[in-house]
Design a binder for this molecule. Structure first.
Ligand SMILES: Nc1nc2c(ncn2[C@@H]2O[C@@H]3COP(=O)(O)O[C@H]4[C@@H](O)[C@H](n5cnc6c(=O)[nH]c(N)nc65)O[C@@H]4COP(=O)(O)O[C@H]3[C@H]2O)c(=O)[nH]1
Length: 664
């Protein structure tokens, strides 16, 4: 059993009081009684002396009657029980009742509160007798008893009072200690603001002061710790490069948002996107510039979408936007469009200008998934569809996309082995002079005949090869095979002036393309002027400065350069005139509109004029109809390529077609 400090103090005070006052009380009583007793004894001695003298007189005169008369009144004295005068022979000669005269001295019994006193009576020569007095002490005892009766309640009251004082003292002391204890408990429970009031200047006050000092120091340490903890938790949940929430925080917020949306039956949208060809920026300019671009993109995103969305960087160039409380899915499309629009503004970063675009996948809760993992995966799938559809756009997720992504993954795996298994080959599509109908060149176009998937269209496997990086090895093989074939035709006496080979943007950015071309020309023996390299307009737009430098290096080798798919980008005269190129290839989407009233047909004509103005050769791609060829020729376009003349053919079929005389 534990006794609180308050009661312990009270108990100690009580015991001390009892220990001190009991002997004191006892001493006072006995001292008082002793003093009274002494006084009584003195009076008894005086009385003894008096009755001894009177007794002597009675014995000497042998006339005890006077003596008897003298002592008779004392029989009523409460203090004197008996007075007995004995003669020489021990016979009672005078006494107070009830002792009989003439008899011997009765037996002296020691009664309570009484005392016998005897005094010998003698003269000079002989013993005369004795006087015995029986004194009573009852009076004295009664007095002491009365004193004790009066004193004990006072003593008990005093002790109780002191016990109460002890209790009060204890609670006074422990109340302050209790306050300290409660403050310590609150601090233990995490309340760092707690202090205790300091009263007085005693030890408890000092303890309270030390406590306050300790709590102050703990508070500042706790604040520091909290700050560090907040920083750590911020760092753990944010991307250090852009300051945006990272994957961890995004997952957390996403699952919270899903729970809220589930509860209130709301719609959510998740946008997942990456920057098209961002890898090229990293490869060409280094990671520092790449990082700066990502920072700028993050800042723009935050500016554009800050109001209602959670924006996160999931890693690399992958970003995610979560839109809550959606009314209808078109709102997600609007956000996607604003992201795309925001990226169309050229980005000036580290003294370079970048033209960015992104491919965005959108999926919706609850339609496309009911947890963050599934939503993210499906948004990723939708993003791949957006990429496959030509980049720079957005796609909503649909269930069919999942199977198409699975197909894409297995295509990618099979493609890795395609070259070494000899499943890839090149076909060649003639390019014809629109005036003479002569064969002016061929374009090498890759074909993949897979045992599992059959003939796979280049529009399907080339983007996969580009995204997976396989285009580097594949492109090297294509360049080598095309140059080797061309050299073979030459040796066989063919008069095909040139072979055009498509270069992927990645090949130009990630490899030393000029060295590769030089090496290939050397190893195959093909003269440089027999090789044309086709580069898409899109690549040049991504990075015009670098494109100018690379194209110049290639041109210095003696090869010619054509800009493929011209008209599909955002070409402007400002960069076109700086490019070291030989030919513009009008994209087939424009050529095929010739004859219609659409703007595309007008663009085709405008491209021809532009090319002529710049002194470039122009070739129309996708010439399917005679009127396409006629119109192009009339506008001044030099060459044409398309199904009107021939599709892409295997190398051994090509010689059957030349010369082309399909012109009117
Ligand atoms: N509708 C229509 N189409 C016509 C006509 N004439 C030609 N074509 C097609 O138009 C595409 C022209 O190639 P591209 O613009 O370089 O577009 C190419 C090119 O970007 C890429 N590609 C093909 N082979 C290679 C290659 O060896 N290397 C690289 N990097 N890309 C390649 O794949 C794209 C598609 O190639 P293909 O399917 O061979 O499709 C070829 C060709 O078959 C026509 O009259 N009408």
């Amino acid at each position: 059993m534990t006794i609180s400090l308050k009661y312990r103090i009270a108990l100690v005070v009580f015991v001390l009081q009892v220990a001190i006052f009991s002997p004191l009380l006892w001493f006072t009583f006995t001292a008082y009684r002793d003093a009274d007793l002494q006084q009584l004894q003195t009076r008894e001695d005086v009385f003894m002396r008096l009755v001894s003298q009177l007794g002597r007189k009675a014995l000497l005169t042998a006339e005890p009657t006077d003596f008897q008369l003298f002592i008779a009144p004392f029989s009523k004295d409460s203090h004197i029980n008996r007075i007995i005068l004995l003669n020489q022979s021990g016979i009672v000669v005078a006494s107070t009742a009830p002792v009989d005269l003439g008899g011997p001295l009765p037996v002296q019994k020691n009664e309570r509160n009484t005392v016998w006193k005897t005094s010998e009576i003698a003269n000079a020569t002989e013993q005369l007798g004795a006087i015995t007095v029986h004194f009573s002490r009852a009076e004295l005892d009664k007095k002491v008893e009365a004193l004790v009766k009066r004193g004990i309640p006072i003593a008990v009251a005093g002790i109780i009072l002191s016990a109460l004082v002890g209790l009060g003292l204890g609670s006074l002391l422990t109340r302050r200690l209790k306050a300290l204890e409660q403050a310590t408990r609150r601090m233990g429970a995490g309340d760092m603001e707690v202090t205790v009031a300091i009263s007085g200047n005693d030890e408890v006050a000092h303890l309270a002061q030390v406590f306050n000092e300790m709590s102050g120091s703990l508070r500042s340490q706790f604040d520091e710790l909290q700050q560090v903890q907040q920083e750590l938790s911020f760092q753990a949940q944010h991307d250090p490069l852009t300051g945006l929430p990272n994957r961890l925080l995004f997952d957390l917020r996403c699952s919270q948002a899903i729970a809220t949306a589930r509860q209130h039956k709301q719609l959510l949208a998740l946008l997942f996107f990456d920057l098209d060809h961002f890898k090229n920026i990293n490869d060409s300019y280094g990671h520092q510039v790449g990082d700066a671009v990502l920072r700028c993109v993050a800042a723009r995103l935050t500016m554009a979408l800050k109001d209602h969305n959670l924006i996160a960087r999931l890693g690399g160039d992958e970003f995610c936007v979560l839109i809550e409380q959606l009314e209808q899915e078109q709102e997600a499309a609007a956000v996607a469009e604003s992201v795309l629009h925001m990226l169309t503004v050229p980005l000036e970063c580290e003294q370079h200008e970048f033209f960015l675009s992104a491919s965005i996948g959108i999926c919706l809760y609850p339609r496309d998934g009911d947890d963050e993992v599934r939503l993210l995966r499906n948004a990723d799938t939708a993003m791949y569809r957006a990429k496959a559809a030509g980049r720079g756009g957005y796609r909503f997720y649909s269930h069919e996309q999942t199977s198409s992504v699975q197909e894409r993954t297995s295509l990618e795996q099979r493609l890795r082995k395609a070259i070494e298994r000899g499943e890839l080959r090149l076909n060649y599509q003639p390019q014809v002079c629109l005036t003479t109908g002569n064969l002016v060149g061929v374009e090498a176009l890759a074909r993949w005949s897979s045992p599992e998937f059959g003939l796979v269209a280049p529009e399907k496997f080339i983007p996969i090869a580009e995204e997976s990086g396989q285009i580097l090895a594949m492109g090297e093989w294509i360049l080598d095979d095309a140059c080797r074939q061309m050299q073979k035709w030459r040796r066989d006496g063919s008069t095909i002036p040139r072979v055009a080979v498509n270069l992927s943007a990645l090949q130009i950015q990630r490899s030393d393309i000029a060295t590769l071309v030089r090496r290939t020309l050397d190893s195959t023996g093909l003269p440089a002027n027999c090789l044309e390299l086709e580069i898409t307009e899109g690549y040049i737009l991504q990075d015009a400065d670098r494109a100018v430098a690379v194209l110049q290096q290639l041109r210095d080798l003696g090869v010619s350069i054509a800009i493929d798919d011209f008209g599909t980008g955002f070409s402007s005269l400002s960069y076109l005139h700086r490019l070291p190129i030989d030919r513009l290839k009008i994209d087939k989407s424009f050529v095929q509109e010739i004859g219609s009233t659409s703007r595309a047909a007008q663009v085709a004509q405008a491209v021809v004029s532009l090319g002529k103005t710049l002194g470039l050769s122009i070739i129309g791609e996708g010439v399917e109809q005679l009127h396409h060829a006629n119109a192009l020729r009339e506008w001044g376009c030099h060459e044409g390529q398309g199904f009107l003349y021939a599709p892409a053919l295997a190398p051994d079929q090509l010689h059957l077609l030349a010369p082309f005389k399909r012109l009117p």
